[in-house]
Design a protein around this ligand. Structure first.
Ligand code: A3P
Length: 307
């Protein structure tokens, strides 16, 4: 991917797209709010040529995408971290629906040219992914995170990159993000699409909270799912490579430099990396109304969240 787009190109684009106060508009595709530029290429994205050996990391944004994509990329490199560290995670793992200014190819066209096996990232809801994912049975890792922590993480992220929710108070943001009007649609529909398919052999559903509790165990689960029999030492090394502090300190895994987020004092993509950070953000009333929403939307599905 580096041969099409250098790290400097990417950084400059992000700076222009996000930090230069570009207007960010949402359109709609099959009832799902998506960035207008994404809506324009959705038909093309749907007919993307999937390969049976593709590994997809699919999430609702802020659920732990960057973390798990890095684990997957390291696993698919058989734990060769020297090779992994030669290019940035965001260039190694193309963000499927990312659009770029006209003179540059969109990410899915870049992915077309990438050698197999590819690790591809997408935030699209399951029903909008290319249907070939299901017919070719490409592997999908899906990550679920406690929606309260998701709210906090997303709130800070949208402020940082001046996205749709920037400028809203946390209270207003909760109203926006907990609605079907939010970009990528509602988190509960997004989660439930994969939760219902969690027993399919080509689907692995993971929890952010489980990764926090036992990263090594989850690295092993991921490598087995991706069909890699890695040694204990290699699994240890990948675990170490993917700890929060190491990913934050590694310029090849911390998105700050590529997102030009390091131009904004005090802000970082690698913010806290914790479970339960919501407790310092939610008021008692906000917590109660979030609990009621979670109960209403997930009732009878078997999907629950610890406090
Ligand atoms: P916080 O904002 O709560 O810190 P995504 O990649 O889906 O956008 O998710 C970003 C969230 O994952 C951020 O959460 C970020 O800090 C966290 N994260 C990224 N890498 C991590 C790691 N190695 N360990 C723990 N959390 C990580």
């Amino acid at each position: 991917m580096d041969m099409y787009l250098t790290t400097e190109d990417f950084r400059e684009m992000m700076r222009v797209m996000y930090t230069d106060q570009q207007p960010y508009t949402l359109g709609e595709y099959e009832g799902i709010p998506l960035a207008s530029e994404v809506c324009e290429i959705m038909d093309e994205l749907r007919s993307f040529e999937v390969r049976a050996d593709d590994c997809w990391i699919v999430t609702y944004p802020k659920a732990g995408t960057t973390w798990v994509q890095e684990i997957m990329s390291a696993v698919m490199h058989d734990g060769n971290l020297e090779e992994v560290n030669k290019s940035h995670s965001m260039l190694r793992v193309p963000y499927f629906e990312q659009t770029f200014p006209e003179e540059l190819p969109t990410t899915h066209r870049i992915a077309d040219e990438m050698p197999s096996p590819r690790v591809i990232k997408s935030h699209l809801p399951g029903q909008l992914l290319p249907p070939q994912i299901w017919t070719k049975k490409a592997k999908i890792v899906y990550v679920i995170r406690n929606p309260k922590d998701l709210m906090v993480s997303f709130f800070h992220f949208e402020q940082m990159l001046n996205l749709k929710g920037a400028g809203l108070s946390f209270e207003e943001y909760l109203g926006y993000r907990n609605s079907k009007k939010a970009s990528y649609g509602s988190w509960w529909d997004h989660y439930l699409y994969f939760w219902k398919r969690r027993h399919q052999p080509n689907v692995l559903v993971l929890r952010f909270e489980d990764l926090k509790r036992d990263l090594r165990g989850n690295v092993e689960i991921i490598s087995q799912f991706l069909g890699k029999a890695l040694s204990a030492k290699t699994l240890d090394d990948i675990t170490e490579h993917c700890s929060f502090i190491n990913m934050k300190n590694n310029p090849m895994t911390n998105p700050d430099s590529l997102l030009a987020a390091d131009e904004i004092p005090g802000r970082s993509f690698m913010r806290k990396g914790k479970s339960g950070n919501w407790k310092t953000h939610f008021t008692v009333a906000q917590n109660e109304s979030m609990d009621a929403l979670i109960k209403e939307k997930l009732h009878g599905t078997g999907l629950t969240f610890d406090h």
